[in-house]
Write a protein that binds this ligand. Structure first.
Ligand SMILES: [Zn+2]
Length: 213
């Protein structure tokens, strides 16, 4: 839906805010695009694209997300993106934050219902640790971990990872918000050497598996 044109360089044709959606020669901000899409599809749901969500991680820390909605006809994708401050020291080690999505039929699901479902999924995913990090100074770091600065990362028995490929074709895996190279991902899993690894792929907007709920 988004064009190949330069992003953020033109203004929304409706309200003048920076544009993010480019349809032919017309540019829209996300909010105006959603309004237009809802109108064309006959969706009655009011749009509110400026939500924040707070969730608790397994250590009891508050994690802040901002929420965006993309409308595609009567289908809406809601995505909560973890807010990572510019000066967050974890950024230097490849921390990109977590993102959680759901897809709903806007004709049958109200915005409040969709938002509640998104909050449940955010807490479900954020409340589960896929990795444990141990300071290397504690002496536990062996060869069966991925190393990051002063920490060794070990995979937990169950986890969730997001596979990403950037515009240069570089592949990476994001686990608990931390970007890992393919080698680091395997290193992290190698604490289970000799075990079988079963995997199941899910669309990012699908329901999480039963063991996470
Ligand atoms: Zn606009």
């Amino acid at each position: 839906m988004e064009s190949q044109g330069p992003r953020y360089t033109s203004s929304c044709a409706v309200c003048g805010k920076p544009a993010r959606i480019f349809l032919g020669s017309t540019s829209y901000c996300l909010s105006c695009y959603n309004h237009l899409s809802d109108y064309l599809a006959g969706v009655q749901t009011p749009t509110n694209d400026n939500y924040q969500i707070l969730a608790l991680d397994p250590k009891g820390h508050t994690v802040e997300f901002s929420v965006e909605r993309y409308a595609f006809g009567t289908r809406s994708i809601w995505t909560a993106v973890e807010q990572v401050a510019q000066d967050d020291p974890r950024k230097q080690e490849g921390y990109v934050g977590r993102s959680v999505s759901i897809a709903v039929d806007a004709q049958r699901t109200s915005q409040d219902e969709a938002f509640d479902a998104l909050m449940v999924k955010v807490q479900c995913l954020v409340g589960h640790a896929s990795v444990r990090a141990v300071p290397i100074s504690l002496g536990e770091a062996g060869s069966t971990s991925a190393r990051f600065g002063g920490r060794a990362l070990y995979a937990n028995e169950t986890g969730v990872a997001r596979i990403e490929v950037d515009e240069r074709g570089e592949k990476s895996v994001v686990v608990d918000g931390q970007r890992l190279s393919p080698q680091q991902f395997v290193d992290m899993l190698s604490c289970f050497e000799g075990f079988d690894l079963y995997w199941q792929m899910r669309d990012a907007a699908d329901e999480p598996p039963a063991w996470l709920q």
